[in-house]
Design a protein around this ligand. Structure first.
Ligand code: CP
Ligand code: NVA
Length: 307
């Protein structure tokens, strides 16, 4: 049985904050929680949730994870707190440090998250920014591990926008030695800095960018997609929809992988755009197991950061 252990990092702002061994340990601990082999508690702690964007999975899974650990959550709403009035982050964060034991923050700019972490003297967790979604990637790789037993020779093809979810898959994949392929229209690749950093971590050329999804999926074990327009990009959605024509994950694309791949989506999905209804409900889909794994991986993350 795995017990929570102290990580080298106090925060989880980026997928790169954890080392390979720490991620592997966290996934085992998460599996222990999932299989009810651990009833470890972190008593009487309070996690503050600051969500500047909508959320179902992340918000509720953090709440339930804290409850299962014997601890509490407080929601700090931008509109009913002084955050919406524009109180500086350095003031809010220092005050919340006196009340809360950790913060999970969903916001737009990564620099704002980093500013919270600078002034809040306890763990800060990235619950999604425009740049990364590291908690999502932990659940994704637990789902892959459950399916394939490990990560050796696994090829993950992400079909969609070079966005926050793609970035955290790229980083976690690089740390775990998983071949990650991104299939996107020209102009929608992940940032050069993300690609450069992933190649530094894993120089074995395991990150590849494609513009033709049917080539990118060949031999893949995992097909992954996400919305074409992320939260905050709503005004660009009709242009992006046109750019992404031909990038829908459908049964034909699954067949082209020629490897009976599993299909993942972080949700929420726009059925009929980035993925068909048939694929979400089909036999290759592990999407709802993936969503469940948000709870177990975040419970493991909180247990380690709070104990
Ligand atoms: N996947 C994910 O983060 O979902 P929510 O936006 O519902 O939290
Ligand atoms: N890329 C999406 C993920 C939602 C969980 C977004 O940022 O809106």
């Amino acid at each position: 049985m795995y017990k929570p252990k102290k990580f080298d990092t106090d925060n989880f702002l980026s997928s790169l904050d954890l080392k390979k061994e720490e991620i592997l340990y966290l996934l085992e601990l998460a599996k222990n929680f999932k299989d009810k082999q651990s009833s470890f508690k972190v008593k009487d702690k309070v996690l503050g949730l600051i969500f500047d964007k909508a959320s179902t999975r992340t918000r509720v899974s953090f709440q339930v994870a804290m409850s299962r650990l014997g601890s509490n959550v407080i929601e700090i709403n931008r509109n009913t707190s002084q955050i919406g009035r524009g109180e500086p982050i350095k003031d809010t964060a220092r005050v919340l440090s006196r009340y809360c034991d950790a913060l999970a923050i969903r916001t737009f700019k990564q620099v704002d998250l980093v500013e919270y972490a600078k002034w809040f003297k306890k763990p800060v967790i990235n619950a999604l920014t425009d740049l990364e979604h590291p908690c999502q990637a932990l659940a994704d790789f637990l789902t892959i591990k459950e399916e394939f037993g490990g990560f050796k020779n696994i090829i993950l093809t992400f079909i969609g926008d070079g966005n926050n979810v793609a970035n955290s898959l790229i980083f976690t994949g690089a740390l775990l030695g998983v071949e990650v392929r991104i299939a996107c229209p020209k102009g929608f690749e992940p940032k050069t800095s993300i690609i450069k950093r992933a190649n530094e971590i894993n120089p074995n050329n395991s990150l590849k960018i494609f513009h033709d999804p049917s080539i990118a999926v060949k031999g893949a074990n995992v097909l992954y997609t996400d919305v074409w327009s992320s939260m905050g990009e709503e005004s660009e959605s009709s242009i992006k929809d046109k750019n992404f024509e031909g990038f829908t994950v459908n049964q034909d694309l699954i067949n082209r992988a020629n490897n009976d791949p599993i299909v993942l989506h972080c949700l929420p999905a726009y059925r009929g755009k980035e993925i068909t209804d048939q694929v979400i409900e089909g036999k290759n889909s592990r999407i709802f197991n993936q969503a469940e794994n948000r709870l177990h991986t975040q419970q493991a993350l909180l247990a380690c950061l709070l104990s």
